[in-house]
Design a protein around this ligand. Structure first.
Ligand code: AMP
Ligand code: TRP
Length: 328
């Protein structure tokens, strides 16, 4: 069975971009792949954050993953920092990664721009991400479009390692969806929806109260003109609403365009707002029930970490051996 791995940061509230670009594919893939999904807390500490909230946000993130349909009986769910093999492999991969490659990463450029204290962790972030993937020999990595460059780097690192030290790692393929791989900010549809960059009006959290969700979508900034057409370059606002509508109603974008053809933007906004609210309702109910029993969540994570550690530590031994380190 092919293996899949992906990760999400414990930023507190998962948004529609995370869900549509990545998580719903995690859920689909758990049925046909040997799936490993982790909450990447070690990535979250590379930028300023609130230590007192990190553990709770990690639990809440896992509850949201379960609420959208991840099933611990099918997928291995765990927290990155509970599996030390990730950071161990990262150190090894540091030596097969070029400074110049890291400097070219657009996410690093975006996140470091204008900051006066940029951590070495932020610079090395893509190497830890490569280690997350390679330490399980993952074949496929379901992510949104913004992770394309990081995935390409992980592939290059794997290929270079294999060339220099022998065939150890599987070279992973990105699995980037055709629809909604880049959900845009509702208030500013030229930018992606992002926890760090979007204003509250531009971002729909999975746990936002229904009234707020409806209001944000109904007030989405749309383009001039009146024609309903899917054209992300010329009509980013309308195309974003069409993608969201298609995703939450489980239809193709073409079907949604056909439904709203000839109608005004207002119609599309109201229908998309209603459909999104209806879609989020059962997720929010499941989340509330799961958060009533955080002990059950920690138990799932503990089982996940044990299983993940077994796989991952074997790969670290193989990598160390290939690199010529003395066996312990
Ligand atoms: P993060 O919250 O940065 O850990 O992202 C988790 C997953 O969501 C990654 O696979 C991202 O590529 C994906 N993602 C984040 N923002 C968006 C967005 N606006 N549209 C589509 N996918 C996204
Ligand atoms: N960098 C990814 C993001 O911000 C999160 C991530 C960390 C990840 N490790 C990963 C995604 C491994 C896929 C595979 O979205």
């Amino acid at each position: 069975m092919e293996r899949v791995l992906s990760g999400i940061q414990p930023t507190g509230e998962i948004h529609l971009g995370n869900y549509l670009g990545a998580l719903r594919h995690w859920v689909e893939m758990q049925d046909s792949f040997d799936a490993y999904y982790c909450v990447v807390d070690l990535h979250a500490i590379t930028v300023p954050y609130e230590p007192a909230k990190l553990a709770d946000r990690t639990i809440s993130t896992v509850a949201q993953l379960l609420a959208v349909g991840l099933d611990p009986a099918k997928a291995t769910l765990f927290v990155q920092s509970h599996v030390p093999a990730h950071t161990e492999l990262q150190w090894l991969l540091n030596s097969v990664t070029q400074y110049g490659e890291l400097r070219r990463m657009t996410q690093f450029k975006d996140k470091s721009q204008g900051q006066d204290a940029v951590s070495a962790g932020l610079f090395n972030y893509p190497i830890l991400m490569a280690a997350d993937i390679l330490v399980y020999n993952a074949d496929r990595v379901p992510v949104g479009d913004d992770q394309r460059q990081h995935l390409e780097l992980a592939r290059n690192i794997a290929q270079r390692f294999n060339q220099r030290f022998g065939d150890v790692f599987t070279v992973p393929d990105a699995a980037i969806p055709g629809v909604a791989a880049r959900v845009m900010d509702l208030a500013n549809p030229e930018n992606k929806m992002s926890k760090s960059a979007s204003s509250t009006q531009g971002i729909v959290g999975l746990l936002d109260p229904p009234k707020q969700v409806a209001k944000k979508i109904r007030s989405a900034v749309t383009d001039s003109g009146a024609e309903i057409a899917f054209d992300p370059a010329a009509k980013p606002g309308i195309s974003n609403l069409l993608s969201i509508n298609a995703a939450v109603t489980d239809r193709s974008v073409d079907d949604v365009v056909a439904e709203f053809d000839g109608q005004g933007y207002g119609h599309l906004k109201v229908a998309t707002a209603n459909a999104t609210v209806a879609f989020l309702e059962p997720i929010q109910a499941r989340y509330a029930a799961l958060m009533d029993d955080p002990g059950a969540i920690t138990a799932i994570l503990s089982t996940g970490a044990k299983k993940a550690s077994q796989q991952a530590s074997e790969m670290v031994i193989r990598a160390k051996d290939a690199m010529g380190l003395l066996a312990g």
